[in-house]
Design a protein around this ligand. Structure first.
Ligand code: SF4
Ligand code: SF4
Length: 339
């Protein structure tokens, strides 16, 4: 297990070629807000009404400290997400700040709030990538799943106005499992698009239900694909397509794992340990610093500097808890699948 000790030790370790990236983060997620104007069927973040969210200056201070202490890998990505990052008035100020430190920036958005003003800020801030959800080639279906009109049309506009700057994510559910290959073919043939990833439908965010039974809930079971033979056939076809694809970044093994997950989500053979804390760090919307949101925070950047937090004894303790974790969480299914 890589472990954060003192800053000097981390920097020294990073200077040896064998451990070039030890103790550094490849992904730093900033949850800029948990509020959202969309009304997605697979997420209840839109019910949030959080106030007093983290100040932009605190986010900048944390990024600056991480940068000055050489805590980013060479290919690190700073992801400004949310719920809906475009709700933040200072979002492009934050992007510019990170880009000035030569960090690769991504903004996660549904696209719902996109307008001319945001379009010009995307360009002037130096933002490298917009991460967009894309669940169907059918506008009505996508807008239905995202719960608001016009969102599909905005996504098409963003793709057109910011060619080769968007990354799409398709969440596989009962509504689009028969479309996953069509979406792949469309992305492959569209020169404006560079990346497509897939996620499996998981327990909706912000749902206060036991994780294990969420898809048996009558209000949510419509999202779960019930025809397992059709799921299998479509995923098998997608895996074949993936072998020749230059744009799908979800690995064939991860797609195979989805097949297993959709067959029986209750009995996943969890054989990978959770090492998220070795390469990914999240700053929550009120300043909590976490490796895993299900575990207590390591500290809060409103109270302590991020380097003090990362050199505290909690880091070692939390990483051990993560190594011992046996939960098949949403992140295990979709985000840190290990090949
Ligand atoms: S999935 Fe994204 S856009 Fe939809 S409600 Fe949740 S945070 Fe908002
Ligand atoms: S596997 Fe466990 S420790 Fe890792 S992110 Fe999921 S809940 Fe957290």
């Amino acid at each position: 297990m890589t472990e954060h000790a003192h800053t000097e030790e981390i920097v020294a370790a990073a200077n040896t070629p064998a451990a070039k990236n030890a103790g550094k983060f490849k992904f730093v997620h900033i949850v800029t807000t948990i509020n959202c104007p969309s009304r997605c069927k697979m997420c209840f973040n839109w019910q949030n009404n959080a106030q007093d969210e983290i100040e932009g200056e605190r986010i900048k201070q944390a990024l600056d400290e991480l940068h000055k202490n050489d805590m980013f890998t060479e290919d690190a990505v700073v992801i400004f997400g949310g719920a809906e990052a475009l709700l933040r008035k200072d979002i492009f100020d934050l992007v510019r700040f990170a880009e000035e430190r030569n960090l690769c920036t991504v903004v996660g958005t549904s696209g719902y709030l996109y307008n001319d003003h945001i379009a010009s800020q995307i360009t002037s801030s130096g933002l490298r990538c917009l991460a967009l959800s894309f669940d169907s080639l059918d506008p009505k279906k996508h807008n239905y799943l995202r719960g608001v009109d016009g969102i599909f049309e905005n996504i098409r506009r963003i793709i057109h106005e910011h060619p080769r700057k968007t990354s799409l994510t398709c969440t596989i559910s009962s509504y689009n499992v028969d479309e996953i290959c069509d979406i792949a073919e469309w992305v492959e043939s569209n020169d404006d698009l560079t990346q497509l990833g897939y996620q499996a439908i998981v327990m909706p965010f912000n749902l206060r239900e036991p994780r294990k039974d969420w898809f048996a809930n009558p209000a949510l079971s419509h999202l779960w694909p019930k025809d397992s033979a059709a799921v299998d056939a479509n995923l098998t076809k997608l895996i074949e397509f993936r072998k020749g694809s230059k744009k799908i970044y979800t690995s064939p093994r991860h797609l195979q794992f989805f097949r297993e997950y959709f067959r029986d989500p209750q009995h996943i053979n969890r054989n990978a340990t959770c090492r998220v804390g070795d390469y990914s760090l999240t700053i929550m919307n009120k300043g909590d610093v976490v490796f895993c949101n299900s575990l207590p925070p390591l500290g809060n950047i409103r109270e302590n500097s991020i380097m003090d937090i990362l050199t505290s004894p909690q880091v070692r303790q939390r990483k051990q808890q993560m190594l011992d974790c046996k939960i098949v969480c949403e992140f295990y299914v979709n985000c840190f699948f290990e090949d």
